[in-house]
Design a protein around this ligand. Sequence first.
Ligand code: AMP
Length: 283
Amino acid sequence: MSFDSLGLSPHLLATIENAGYTQPTPIQSQAIPPIIEGADVLGAAQTGTGKTAAFVLPILERLGTSHQKKPRVLVLAPTRELAAQVAESVATYAGDTKLKHTVVFGGVGYQPQISAFKRGVDIVVATPGRLIDYYKQKIYTLAAIEVAVLDEADRMFDLGFIDDVRYLFRKMPPAGERQNLLFSATLSHRVLELAYEHMNAPETVKSDTERVNIGAITQTLYHVSKDDKMALLIGLLREIGDARTLIFINTKRVAERIDDTLAANGFNAATLSGDVAQNKRLR
Ligand code: AMP
């Protein structure tokens, strides 16, 4: 299957080619045509399946290329990092249009985000909390929303944002007057219930979640005593050389200790946790 058969305009096909994508991922080939037609879509897809492009590209197709100075599309994401990533995709895919977008999340200054709303935006990508702040301050309205996207819906529940999400949905035109897209790694009972409340007879599309990049990953398990862990880690990192490495830790305190030890051993490492300031996290 190629991107040509999905109903996207030549300018978007050129953007896709520039991004270096040669063929759509399964979630893209299933979701793009119904979204272009205006259907509600409920997608079961994890990060890494190409799900962002699966909704951003057809939304851009529907919006056209001209800027209208009021939020017409709202994408809600559970975490600041995901919101930032989605906004980066919007910037890439909408790069050759006059459409304006902004990203809204907590932990950073208010003024730049407020200024973006004042200048006028077509697409808003946001985490729920800060967006509600601005709503209550009447910085923007949701009255002209044509497309509402809920990304990683299951994590919205896990992180306790679901009441905020429902609040924002209620401020938009009724579900029947807007297009609703919901993506979630799992289509659990609570996610389906949410879909039932806020969507119109959605078409369900599923990515082959088992296949996400697994083929490209070699997994190795080391049985090692607690006292030897640090030495093993440093040995492995030396062996790996320049490759970029992610280390998952169960507590912030251990993360800091490892960060210090890595720095003392000459590694350029940084910690990402809830205690780290947002600007530093993004950097
Ligand atoms: P996502 O699942 O949206 O987080 O996307 C995962 C990664 O896949 C991103 O880095 C995208 O740039 C990339 N990607 C999206 N669609 C395609 C495609 N059709 N071909 C190759 N890479 C893609």
